[in-house]
Design a protein. Structure first.
Length: 476
């Protein structure tokens, strides 16, 4: 639908289908023969009184995906110089840190912060949180002011009920390394559900926590331990494994040569199998107890079955460590819906499945592995940043509604040795002021979250002697 207002032509997009969205932007480009001045998404007011297991509606996911796809095709359309890409949210006027229940919309903060970095000065990007109680006329005035008369120094701003302009700030708190005399808030009878817990940094954190608490763990991952890897003969060296995998393939497929990807897949399966086994053995060696289940954390029914089975064996789950996640780094114009579904889904659908599978009133700890890509944004990680920002806002929500459960979203910087840090990223970081988090440092920070002390809902850790927590402040 097209509307003419004064000298402006407004095109109204009313579809969430990617083909239709792509066609919409192409049609404007070819038929109107006019460059676009900007894009504005008008978010709806939040629902109130939602239950925790109702937070992640599929409708809200599809809206986020629609804005994500609009950004993908907007950047390739004819545009005016200094065109803008804007999302108007209706949370609490405080960037979702104060009282909002509409936390899925908060993913747009991550999108816009990442776009601001990715697009640089090519397109102006901003997410504006208008307090839910503002009248339509007042909210419209503030929105136009943010688009036309304020700067774009901050890619996320809020406007509160009094009209104050709210921006995020960071508060540094020095870490207390000496925990002597403080009691860890876990008992050997506590059972923790750990998503993405079979391998990698999440597994390292679980091992360190087992050493301190001797508690129990239900580890979830994608590696199938029933796969026969006897052909690997216990080897760990990748080159040796490739030769063994090639011999296995030839013995089973005499009529054709293997594809390199097929050999790589066999090697990966063997290595992952070994890593999960190592994790289970390491937890047992330090006095903990762990079981492992291969499950898609996004599958609520499968997760419910796992929880039912292992709670009978280990006891009621009293804590969650949500470490599952994936990345698919590329610029927005090269992203696909499959990328979004996989990256966003593993984080947020996985979180939703945990909430539906567990008795949340029994939870004492809810530790979420988020990323600095959520708070700061990052080029090439729009979908990942969106997911992490939703998790950040969930931590604030859960702390408000379930105060007896200590909930924190840890925004990790890149780990040295983490699966999401490859050699190219490691080389790029050498030329910056960033520091990779050593595994022993990161796991120590993680364990500190379980000691009896005051915990903010969100902390940022990037290998320093400080924990950094976000707050909001009036922009004076």
């Amino acid at each position: 639908m097209t509307i003419t207002i004064d000298k402006f032509t407004v095109h109204v997009l009313g579809t969430k289908d990617e083909v239709a969205i792509e066609s919409f932007f192409k049609q404007i480009s070819t038929e109107e023969n006019q460059p676009l001045a900007g894009f504005i998404y008008l978010g709806s007011k939040q629902k109130h009184g939602m239950k925790t297991d109702e937070l992640f509606e599929k409708k809200q996911f599809s809206i986020l995906k629609m804005i994500f796809l609009c950004a993908k095709y907007f950047v390739g359309a004819p545009r005016h110089d200094h065109s803008f890409f804007i999302s108007s949210l209706r949370l609490d006027g405080g960037l979702g840190l104060l009282s909002s229940e509409n936390i899925v919309q908060a993913g747009l903060f991550g999108l816009h912060k990442s776009l601001a970095i990715e697009w640089e000065d090519l397109i102006l990007s901003k997410a504006i949180d208008l307090a839910d109680q503002l009248t339509p006329d007042v909210a419209s005035d503030y929105l136009l002011e943010e688009i036309l008369t304020t700067n774009y120094t901050h890619a996320e701003v809020g406007r509160n009920l009094e009209g104050g302009r709210v921006i995020p700030v960071l508060v540094e708190t020095y870490i207390e390394d000496d925990l002597k005399g403080k009691q860890i808030a876990l008992k050997p009878t506590d059972t923790l559900l750990v998503t993405g817990g079979g391998r990698g940094i999440t597994a390292s954190c679980a091992i360190h926590l087992a050493r301190e608490s001797q508690c129990r763990f239900i580890l979830l991952g994608r590696t199938d331990l029933s796969t026969d890897i006897s052909w690997a003969k216990g080897e760990r060296d990748q080159m040796v494994l490739k030769h063994l995998a090639l011999a296995k393939f030839k013995a089973e497929n005499a009529d054709r040569a293997p594809k390199p990807s097929e050999i790589d897949q066999l090697v990966k399966a063997a290595l992952h199998h070994r890593e999960v086994t190592d994790t289970l053995n390491a937890i047992a060696a330090v006095g903990g107890r762990a079981v492992y289940a291969a499950a898609d954390v996004r599958d609520a029914k499968a997760l419910q079955a796992v929880v039912k089975k292992y709670e009978q064996e280990l006891g009621t789950i009293t804590g969650v460590i949500h470490g599952a996640g994936s990345i698919a780094d590329k610029k927005i114009q090269r992203k696909t819906t499959a990328d979004f579904d996989h990256v966003f889904g593993s984080k947020i659908e996985g979180l939703d499945a945990c909430l539906k599978a567990l008795d949340i009133d029994k939870l004492k700890h809810f530790i979420i592995f988020s990323s600095i890509a959520g708070y700061f944004g990052n080029a090439g990680q729009t979908d990942y940043s969106m997911a992490n920002e939703v998790m950040n806002k969930f931590a604030f929500y859960f702390n408000r509604h379930h105060p007896t459960c200590q909930t924190v979203s840890i925004n990790w910087g890149p780990w040295d040795g983490g699966s999401m840090v490859n050699e190219s990223i490691r080389n790029a970081i050498k030329d910056t002021e960033l520091t990779l988090i050593p595994t022993d440092v990161g796991t120590a920070y993680f364990v500190q979250q379980f000691f009896e002390q005051d915990h903010p809902a969100q902390i940022i850790i990037n290998c320093s002697e400080r924990l950094i927590r976000p707050e909001v402040s009036l922009n004076k």
